[in-house]
Design a protein. Structure first.
Length: 266
């Protein structure tokens, strides 16, 4: 597998972003960008050779190609992709990233980031660069290299699961629904999640709900009933028990310990 060293501690300098279309003028392109990195999110099938190393292009794959690298594309018709051409900093901790990899569960998020960057580019290039920088961080964590171990971040399915959970703490959450959102089976997610966090999915959901509840109890004037609903435990009796179990005190005591403004039921 061809890999490149990427530094992401500082934002990239984006030269251009857009939707690229290849194929209508011919079935083969050979080129290089002498000074720019190429980030491509593919929507087509093709054959790609990067400095002599072959790769298979297919929808949902993403490539990150360094400057001055000769690429050869062989298309199978009209071929559309999202792209960013950019300069990366020379300083910072390098990270080893495959030139070509599957976006997997990260595909919707990566697609949204690239489309936001494309929309922002004509009028707000600074925002476009921010969207591309976020996309690069996600690309950099799609396939953590084995020798680096856990410090490179969790499995992408775990990342997708955590993102799903965090955005839905106020509603009902089940392990099967989280697994579906992460694109893996219930059992596989359970194993991946425990390996990455040391905990079960259910325990993580419970902890995050109560951590958010503690923050809101201490820092906001929201009523206790509103906080309970916001963290997905609308039954006040159940919320009280959960607070005592996880936080070691009742909701009123948690709030009172910080001297927070009282509310009508707080």
């Amino acid at each position: 597998m061809l890999e490149v060293g990427v530094r992401l501690d500082e934002p990239p300098v984006v030269a251009n972003v857009g939707v690229g279309v290849h194929g209508p003028a011919g079935h083969t392109d050979v080129f290089r960008l002498p000074d720019l990195w190429q980030l491509h999110l593919y929507r087509y099938e093709a054959d790609l050779t990067v400095d002599g190393t072959p790769h298979t292009v297919r929808p949902g794959r993403v490539s990150l190609i360094p400057p001055a690298t000769t690429v050869r594309y062989r298309y199978r018709g009209r071929s559309e992709h999202l792209y960013a051409h950019l300069r990366l900093p020379d300083t910072g901790e390098p990270r080893t990233v495959p030139v070509m990899q599957d976006a997997g569960p990260e595909l919707p998020a990566l697609t949204a980031l690239m489309l936001h960057a494309i929309a922002a580019w004509p009028s707000t290039p600074v925002r476009a660069a921010a969207e591309v920088w976020t996309a690069l961080w996600r690309v950099g964590h799609l396939s953590p290299p084995a020798p680096q171990g856990p410090r490179d971040g969790p499995h992408p399915a775990v990342t997708a699961a955590i993102s799903y959970i965090e955005s839905r703490l106020a509603g009902p959450l089940t392990v099967p629904s989280v697994a579906r959102a992460a694109g893996v089976s219930h059992n596989h997610l359970t194993r991946l999640f425990r390996a990455a966090t040391g905990d079960t999915v259910v325990a993580y959901i419970r902890q995050r709900r109560l951590q958010r509840a503690r923050h809101l109890l201490r820092e906001s004037t929201l009523s206790i009933s509103a906080i309970a609903a916001t963290v997905g435990i609308p039954d006040l009796q159940a919320f009280n028990k959960a607070c005592r179990r996880e936080l070691g005190a009742s909701p009123r005591a948690v709030r009172g310990a910080q001297g927070s403004p009282r509310t009508e039921d707080g």
